[in-house]
Write a new protein. Structure first.
Length: 324
């Protein structure tokens, strides 16, 4: 069984819950388009949100044979894997007097929207940088993100082209287009999205314009969606780690960054969530009950899985200059 956030919204009777889901969808083009396999059941212990699946590592091949000769055997290779959904989100508190005197500036709605944006950004961060185990350079104790899932695979490509200046863009954009062709050809089919940071998006936008590959449209929420050869380019944004604001897709100290390509679907890269339509939950306070300070909470219960290693790829080491 699979569900999107748009489909999860339909099953909700409460208008506030529906509005919260729409806020998540507006906050993230990735979340809005991702399919969630909502089959996780905590089981009798109720302590884990584990999701098991079979990952296709190497597809099968076909060949020819001559009369009275046998085919050379060759099997598709699969691997049993597990991942898990995690509970992410947060709470906020407001004084009932502040809410009741807010007028047009609804304080509860403002705090809920800001918490949703933070949660969507955190999901973006884990989608790229998450790791089930504690490891340097990853967010440990969560689920494996694309950076880890693609490390060491044949779909991990390294760029040789520098795009640090406008002059280099003019000089090297054809070479980078060739790299992009090779990069995207690693995937089984056309990718659903290209995930990157804003600095890389600006560079890729410029290259797409030079090549005639750039288009922009508006979706149902009025968002501008920019595409490279018909594939949406997604700025994965920034996240606050409690001390500093960082790009989800980092530009390292040497001025190099990456682009991730994903094909969304249950046979490729998809989300995972608990059984039912509880991928998003909100708990808004009742202002008519006793208690001066009211607490609201927003939760996203989700993770990611890569069913087929040919459904995602990464182009690393793209020289774009120091982080903006």
């Amino acid at each position: 069984m699979a569900i999107t956030l748009a489909e999860a919204k339909i099953g909700m009777a409460d208008k506030v819950d529906q509005q919260i889901v729409d806020m998540f969808r507006r906050s993230s083009l990735l979340l809005d388009n991702m399919v969630f396999d909502n089959v996780i059941s905590p089981g009798t212990g109720g302590s884990t949100l584990t999701y098991g699946y079979i990952q296709l590592k190497t597809p099968s091949t076909a060949a020819i044979r001559t009369i009275n000769a046998e085919y050379t055997p060759g099997e598709a290779k699969r691997e049993k894997k597990t991942t898990g959904a995690i509970i992410m989100g947060g709470s906020f508190q407001i004084d009932r007097v502040l809410q009741n005197t807010a007028g047009a500036a609804d304080e509860m709605a403002f705090q809920a929207e800001q918490k949703i944006k933070a949660t969507a950004n955190y999901f973006h961060n884990l989608t790229i940088n998450g790791s089930a185990e504690e490891s340097e350079g990853y967010v440990g104790g969560t689920f494996d993100g694309l950076k880890k899932l693609l490390t060491g695979t044949e779909n991990e490509i390294t760029s040789d082209v520098s795009l640090t200046t406008s002059a280099e863009l003019d000089e090297n954009y054809n070479a980078f287009l060739d790299e992009m062709d090779s990069f995207l050809s690693c995937l089984d089919g056309t990718p659903s999205m290209l995930l990157m940071n804003r600095q890389m998006l600006i560079k890729l936008r410029s290259i797409a314009r030079r090549a005639g590959y750039y288009e922009r449209t508006r979706d149902d929420f009025g968002r501008v969606v920019e595409t490279y050869a018909g594939v949406p380019m997604v700025d994965m944004g920034k996240y606050f780690d409690g001390k500093t604001i960082r790009d989800v897709v980092e530009t390292d100290g040497s001025g190099k960054t990456a682009i991730y390509a994903v094909s969304l679907g249950l046979d490729g890269f998809h989300g995972i969530s608990p059984l039912g339509d509880g991928v998003i939950n909100c708990y808004m306070p009742d202002l008519t009950t006793p208690g001066a300070v009211k607490t609201g909470e927003v939760e996203l219960v989700a993770g990611v899985a890569l069913k087929n290693t040919l459904k995602a790829a990464v182009l690393r080491g793209i020289a774009v200059g120091t982080a903006a």
